[in-house]
Design a protein around this ligand. Structure first.
Ligand code: FES
Length: 145
């Protein structure tokens, strides 16, 4: 009887631990949103603002580019557009939910592209943006990825 009770208690503890671990991993790995694919028109990437209604982060993939662009809607309703290219050795970055991570050597950047952890030393490249007719224009005219 004691053995059965011990096994039952142990299994419940294991299940609770596994469930908690799974929830932590799901939350920490949660990407911000799906990828919006678009082309460059007159030197701009044009992104519908309604994509940022539910998520404060939108990943944009310009046709022909190796690197994605992350758009962050800030609390003051301004926008930050960052090239997801690590400034250490040019690896593609991954959104983490509270910034961006480089899987090559472990650099971390915050939501504004500032270095939180090296070896990268420089912040991410920012693009200027403007808004017209519910479209966010990301100005990339002279930028060569
Ligand atoms: S390329 Fe990103 S940390 Fe080295």
């Amino acid at each position: 009887m004691q053995r059965r009770k011990f096994l039952s208690s142990s299994c419940k503890i294991c299940l609770l631990g596994a469930a908690g671990y799974s929830l932590l991993n799901i939350e920490s790995c949660a990407p911000a949103s799906s990828v919006f694919k678009t082309t460059i028109t007159n030197g701009d990437l044009n992104v519908p603002l309604n994509l940022l209604d539910k998520n404060a982060l939108q990943i944009v993939r310009p046709a022909g580019w190796y690197y994605d662009v992350a758009i962050q809607k800030n609390t003051d309703n301004s926008y930050t557009a960052l090239l997801l290219q690590c400034t250490h050795q040019e690896n593609q970055l991954t959104p983490t939910g509270n910034g961006y991570h480089c899987s090559l050597h472990g650099s971390d950047f915050d939501k504004q592209g500032n270095v939180r952890k090296g070896p990268a030393e420089l912040p991410l490249h920012h693009f200027d943006t403007s808004v017209s007719n519910n479209i966010l224009n990301i100005h990339i005219k002279d930028f060569k990825p």
